[in-house]
Design a protein around this ligand. Structure first.
Ligand code: FES
Length: 124
């Protein structure tokens, strides 16, 4: 069964959407189920000022995205890079074993968005 926190984030996901003029964008697909997660970030003074996501996936993947977005908001780039998929599952009070693969997308998509931001910054 899903924890109360998973159900809450699934029923009321935080930060859903897209940032049109995002500073970084990261997309990750699950090799297991084909679900897709995209993260958008806005960065100001080395901090994640805004974060939004779009997830085409199962309930667990939506809860994971929502939790990642909450954890990342306001953090510095360095701190956000330290968010792990395991940490996210912990914050959600766990996921059923057959749903653990869904958690592998969250932090990865966020990290990709950050890497995209850093690449763009370097190119400027
Ligand atoms: Fe695909 Fe959960 S079943 S991410």
């Amino acid at each position: 069964m899903y924890s109360k926190k998973v159900m809450d984030h699934f029923m009321h996901p935080r930060n859903v959407g897209e940032i049109k003029d995002a500073d970084g964008k990261g997309e990750v697909g699950s090799p297991i189920c084909g679900d897709l997660m995209t993260f958008y970030i806005k960065v100001e003074n080395n901090k994640i000022k805004d974060v939004k996501f779009k997830t085409f996936g199962c309930g667990a993947a939506i809860a994971v995205s929502s939790m990642v977005s909450e954890l990342a908001k306001g953090k510095s780039i360095e701190e956000a890079m330290k968010i792990t998929n395991k940490m996210v599952v912990g914050e959600l009070d766990g996921l059923p074993p057959q749903k653990l693969h869904c958690s592998n997308l969250g932090a990865d998509a966020l990290h990709k968005a950050i890497e995209n931001y850093l690449e763009k910054k370097k190119a400027r």
